[in-house]
Design a protein around this ligand. Structure first.
Ligand code: NAD
Length: 384
């Protein structure tokens, strides 16, 4: 399938470096409105660069546009691509306002085009293995989920020095003005919605805890850097998702069922370990002495521990060469290409992306919505 990239900044490299995993995807060219980014990206990857968005959208044979622009450009670029009759895979969120995201989905449906959004990590081996373990009833009926998306004090790290392999700087100002929740909530929201279906009701809290991010931005330009969302899924499962930029790094997930607990250690690792423990949070190890020993070591320590019966996660080739990333960013567009080739509906399509976007927008800006909030969007749930 012929694809093109719009937006050639930091994250575009991660797509370029994982495109090779999906020979189905043929990149015809790219465009960025910033001429510096155009020269850098085209030069580094040897990719033909378009001079305008219109020229890219008019390229004969082009079928799918990867919208990798900044969140504030997502709506306009995706709308232009859909109106040009092209399928769209957008970086998260679909748009910065719910009604804009709804409009994109409406256009996609009207024109029978596919629209999907990052993150695609629910397609990763660890997420799929965890989903199957839940569906197989390994921990009985799931009642509660704790999902952590704590990125640590990124703004106190030397992020000014972070560059992608092609030399694109990490867009710190954009990240801090868009907000940690809009940037990160989608990871676990998409997993949870894939496992448990649409959310019936949520109560969220958001705050800006740090007014100085070291970027020179005035506080009013900075988004909330903490959110806590309590979600009730239509299936009855209750979840608490925390997204923050201050507490120590923790991207773990704990699924609590009537017969046990499943814990996954790292959302951003497609091969993340998964552990099963008993309902008391202990490892029912054989020989039992091992479990007893661990309990003694754990005694008095804060937090939840990872020890438990290890669930086998298939090996994952999801690495981005030259970086520490263990995610295959191109797997999302590849899933779209496969659905189109096989003439079947996309498992997690436009309605799913809209639901995730709506939940993330409400969580990020919780102080602007009355709570509890009942999402307007929904999607047809096809359990794993
Ligand atoms: N930075 C990360 O670590 C990271 C990781 C995963 C996902 N993302 C997501 O990827 C997206 C892009 O982030 P990034 O880090 O690459 O940002 P970036 O600022 O490095 O790159 C975005 C590029 O898009 C271009 N652009 C913006 N509006 C445009 C338009 N209307 N037409 C053409 N080009 C346009 C900009 O000039 C810039 O070069 C965001 O949605 C972000 O949430 C970022």
């Amino acid at each position: 399938m012929k694809i093109a990239i719009v937006g050639c900044g930091f994250v575009a490299d991660y797509y370029m470096l994982t495109l090779g995993n999906h020979p189905d995807l043929e990149l015809v060219g790219a465009f960025d409105r910033d001429p510096v980014a155009r020269t850098r990206f085209g030069g580094h990857f040897g990719v033909p660069m378009f001079d305008t968005l219109e020229a890219l959208l008019a390229d004969p044979g082009l079928e799918l546009v990867l919208n990798l622009t900044n969140p504030k450009s997502h709506y306009a670029v995706s709308k232009a691509a859909l109106e040009a009759g092209l399928h769209v895979y957008s970086e998260k969120p679909l748009a910065m306002a719910i009604d804009e995201a709804e409009e994109l989905v409406r256009i996609a449906h009207e024109r029978r085009l596919l629209l999907s959004a990052a993150p695609c990590s629910y397609l990763g081996e660890a997420a799929q293995t965890l989903g199957r373990a839940i569906a197989d009833g390994r921990i009985g009926d799931v009642r509660l989920v704790y999902a952590e998306m704590e990125d640590g004090m990124v703004f106190r790290e030397r992020h000014q020095d972070w560059v992608s392999p092609s030399g694109a700087p990490w867009p710190s100002k954009d990240e801090f003005s868009v907000g940690a929740t809009l940037e990160h909530a989608g990871y676990y929201l998409s997993w949870l919605c894939a496992y448990f279906g649409p959310v019936a009701e949520m109560t969220a809290f958001a705050a800006r805890c740090f007014d100085d991010k070291g970027t020179g931005q005035p506080p009013e330009e900075l988004a909330n850097d903490l959110s806590v969302s309590c979600l009730t899924f239509r299936s009855g499962v209750v979840a608490r998702l925390t997204c923050g930029l201050a507490a120590p790094k923790d991207r773990s997930l704990h699924v609590i069922g009537t017969e046990g607990i499943l814990s996954l250690t790292e959302a951003w690792d497609y091969a993340s370990p998964i552990y099963q423990r008993d309902t008391q949070g202990h490892w029912d190890s054989r020989p039992a002495i091992l479990g007893k020993l661990l309990r003694r070591i754990e005694r008095g320590r804060p937090g939840r521990h990872w020890f438990g019966r290890r669930i086998a996660v298939p090996k994952s080739g999801a690495k981005v060469p030259g970086t520490s990333s263990r995610m295959d960013f191109s797997r999302g567009p590849a899933a779209m290409a496969a659905a189109l080739r096989e003439g079947r509906p996309l498992g997690y399509g436009a309605d799913f992306a809209l639901h995730i976007t709506e939940l993330a927008l409400v969580a990020q800006n919780a102080n602007k919505f009355s709570m509890p909030y009942r999402p307007r969007s929904s999607f047809e749930h096809r359990p794993l």
